[in-house]
Design a protein around this ligand. Sequence first.
Ligand SMILES: Nc1ncnc2c1ncn2[C@@H]1O[C@H](COP(=O)(O)OP(=O)(O)OP(=O)(O)O)[C@@H](O)[C@H]1O
Ligand SMILES: [Mg+2]
Length: 254
Amino acid sequence: MTTEKNKIEISGLDLYYGKFHALQSVSMPVQKNLITALIGPSGCGKSTLLRCLNRMNDLISGVKVTGKVLLDQSDIYSPTFEVTELRKRVGMVFQRPNPFPLSIYDNVVYGLKVAGMNNRKKMEEIAEKSLMGAWLWDNVKDKLHHSALELPLDQQQRLCVARLLAIEPEVILMDEPCSALDPIATMKIEELMLELKKNYTIVIVTHNMQQAARVSDFTGYMLLGKMIEFNVTKDIFTRPKEKLTEEYISGKYG
Ligand SMILES: Nc1ncnc2c1ncn2[C@@H]1O[C@H](COP(=O)(O)OP(=O)(O)OP(=O)(O)O)[C@@H](O)[C@H]1O
Ligand SMILES: [Mg+2]
């Protein structure tokens, strides 16, 4: 499935944690400017697969990865691919909001400072733009120098999105970004995702099948390290091809 629309192409991906074969020959495309969801019961490998997309698993000792992950046709596992560059292009938002214990402003410009930027005016502009992009500007514009940890959880999560936007990623990975949030806060993040996909490519892991059905364009159903079925979201939820998918979405297990 090599087409120009594919921002990422995963093919024949295997991952071992020591002897444990956690991903088994997984193949899947991720289309540009769309939302791709990964669903499946706990322990099936969703987070592991997501982490392969920006090589976060490299940080875990004993991990072995084989197969291909192409980002704009370049293999991110090739020895010549710069991992720091990769993590700038493919950013991640985690399950629990993880703002740094710094001011709201310093959180947003953190990555810019690490990259050596010291033009204050430029950083202020980027901070404003990123906070607007994460729909947080109006909430925080009068208290940019307050601690980020004072914000309610959903605003902390949007701050983590703003922190990513500041470094202008191309792909945003989200691992159960709403699982610590109440339904109203969840709705706001889902609306934000739909807005973000105009400019970014998004891959989301979710336990919440309704969430996958609401926000995603494509869905991959995983079970025990395998990609059981990958298709247009509507088809996965209304006429799955595989019996295992049907059993999961109809709530027979998981
Ligand atoms: N660092 C690790 N070392 C060894 N095994 C691991 C490690 N991380 C995950 N695993 C195992 O790999 C499998 C897949 O885990 P993973 O966290 O990717 O699943 P998941 O689908 O994200 O589950 P959940 O829905 O509970 O978050 C599980 O059996 C898990 O125990
Ligand atoms: Mg997980």
